[in-house]
Design a protein around this ligand. Structure first.
Ligand SMILES: [Zn+2]
Length: 411
């Protein structure tokens, strides 16, 4: 008889507000298989993902489905969810890099009063560290978000082949490169350890369709990850159809070309009427700030226009990518041709392992490096810096020992 696993992996917050409990719940049927970890509310003003996780866990339980492996639902920013704010002191979906995590864990616990997100991150790490340590196969991480502006759902991922399997199982546009322009996203960190990480933007925060879109994404992910067979989810076609209808006519794959960074002192205000995937021209005034109108540096489609007071992302621009390009890059990486990129003219090795430097101004350099599984880091002294994503052929990595030690000490 399938049953829900006994207890949440970490104890609920003593404040006893059910919205403040880290674990939303988990489900397993006592059968071996993949682990799927689903996050809702990494941004506290995005409760639709949490509601969707709870609804799917309840449905799994009610239907008694013989799931392989385990599904675990976690709240991201618990205190933010209670207060209904994106975050209190800092964005919880940033600074997930080993050095920043070590520095955060080493700080005095008193710092949590001035930065409540330190506590959120520490608790998330404490919940995940034992799972990461004992993983023998990639864990699938699904991170559910919603948006302040209107627009169709989409997914984001770092472009490694293991992520494509999940992302392309969802009939929504796949947006590449967001983790390149956002420093230290949580899923980028897990993906770099060799796990699978896909984020889904389900729709506008308060739109009732957003929760339904997230539920559809969860069911499709459970099937794609191998936890459930298609025929075990009676309404799978409905879920698929819902997402397909919400994204009809949109490109299958896009890549982020530009991020407009906002500082608090900018008084950034998006002009009304922009939605995800809306075409914009180069030089279009899409927002206003202290300096006057904010113009787009190039044409493309609008992504995540900021119609809320918080966050440092004003808007993003994306453009469609040909699926042929993705097929070619998959072939090159499977053939391990990615190592040849080092031999291209004008390419030099950087100081860090797997880091390559390319003279700036080389047309299409970024495209070529993406093709080979590298990510663009930044420009440094007139050169573009690229780093290699963890290849699909590389073994899983655990959290650095220093992080485990700090968690054991202060966790
Ligand atoms: Zn979000």
């Amino acid at each position: 008889m399938p049953q829900r696993s006994s207890s949440p992996i970490i104890s609920p917050d003593p404040a006893a507000d059910p919205r403040a409990a880290r674990s939303i719940g988990s489900y397993d049927a006592g059968r071996p298989g993949p682990l799927v970890v689903i996050f809702g509310g990494i941004h506290g003003n995005e409760p639709a993902g949490v509601a969707a996780i709870a609804a799917v866990l309840a449905a799994l339980q009610e239907r008694g489905l013989p799931l392989r492996g385990r599904v675990l639902g976690l709240r991201g920013n618990c205190a933010g969810l209670v207060k209904g704010v994106r975050y209190q002191a800092r964005d919880l979906n940033r600074s997930w890099q080993a050095p920043a995590i070590v520095a955060m864990l080493a700080r005095d616990r008193a710092s949590e009063r001035s930065c409540p997100e330190d506590r959120e991150e520490r608790e998330l790490l404490s919940a995940l560290a034992p799972l990461l340590a004992k993983a023998r196969a990639p864990i699938t991480f699904l991170d559910l978000h919603s948006m302040s502006g209107d627009g169709a759902p989409f997914s984001c991922m770092a472009d490694v082949l293991r992520n494509r399997k999940i992302a392309f199982a969802l009939p929504v546009p796949v947006v590449l490169g967001l983790e390149e322009v956002i420093d230290g996203s949580m899923l980028g960190f897990f993906s770099d350890l060799g796990h699978v990480g896909v984020a889904v933007e389900g729709g506008q925060h308060d739109d009732p369709r957003t929760q339904a879109n997230h539920e559809a994404a969860i069911w499709l992910t459970l099937v794609a990850a191998g936890c459930l067979r298609r025929e075990q989810v009676g309404d799978l076609a409905l879920h698929h159809g819902r997402l397909a209808a919400a994204t009809a006519g949109l490109p299958r794959v896009l890549e982020i070309r530009h991020r407009h960074v906002v500082k608090e002192s900018d008084d950034f205000v998006m002009r009304p009427g922009y939605a995800n995937f809306q075409p914009v021209r180069a030089g279009e005034a899409v927002a206003d700030d202290q300096g006057g109108p904010v113009m787009t540096p190039e044409g493309g489609v609008m992504m995540l226009p900021r119609y809320q007071g918080q966050g440092e992302d004003g808007y993003f621009l994306a453009r469609a990518v040909s699926p042929v390009w993705l097929a070619i890059s998959a072939g090159l990486r499977r053939a391990r041709a990615d190592r040849l990129v080092r031999l291209l003219p004008g390419v030099a090795r950087g100081a860090a392992d797997g880091e390559l430097l390319v003279a700036a101004g080389r047309p299409r350099a970024i495209d070529v490096f993406h093709l080979f599984g590298y990510r663009h880091e930044r420009a440094r002294e007139g050169r573009l810096v690229f780093s290699r994503r963890r290849p699909d052929s590389a073994p899983l990595a655990d959290l650095p020992a220093e992080i485990h030690a700090l968690l054991a000490e202060h966790g």
